[in-house]
Design a protein around this ligand. Sequence first.
Ligand SMILES: [Zn+2]
Ligand SMILES: [Zn+2]
Length: 171
Amino acid sequence: MRIALSEIAEGRSYRYDATFGDEDVSGLLDLTLAEPLAVTVSHTTVEGVTYLRITTKGKVYARCDLCSEECIADASCAIDEELTIDSDCYDADDDCYDIDKLIDEAVVMSAPRVVRCKPDCKGLCPVCGKNLNVEHCDCEQKKPKIGENNPFAALQDIFPTGGANNGSTKM
Ligand SMILES: [Zn+2]
Ligand SMILES: [Zn+2]
């Protein structure tokens, strides 16, 4: 996409909406879209500086960080750039900004950083590897418990998977 400087008026806001499908994001997002990625480009120019904002919003198929089950995660990002004729994307021959690379960058940054199949995913048992959302195991019971008089006993409840069992306060 190109923004021709001769076609933009100072102080006016411009907005463009596009919908990206799997073919548009291939090579950028290493995930399959669960719904099209909505991409919005808006910009306003004040005193020769073009304030550009690119936002994306969609859903992708991803794997839960905790239990590895496939789930649908939010994909989104917002990037802001201040463009001038000194910017890399300024094309002096056509007197325009070529923002394709910035749009690509926004698509890349849309990948979810944290993926949870559900807010309270229990994850996999670190001992036997069972998915604790669907089955139970007794590995947790077999671990040595901290005595009730131990001041760190309370921490075991607060940080059930933390390192409090050996008496360390490292969290
Ligand atoms: Zn999960
Ligand atoms: Zn287990």
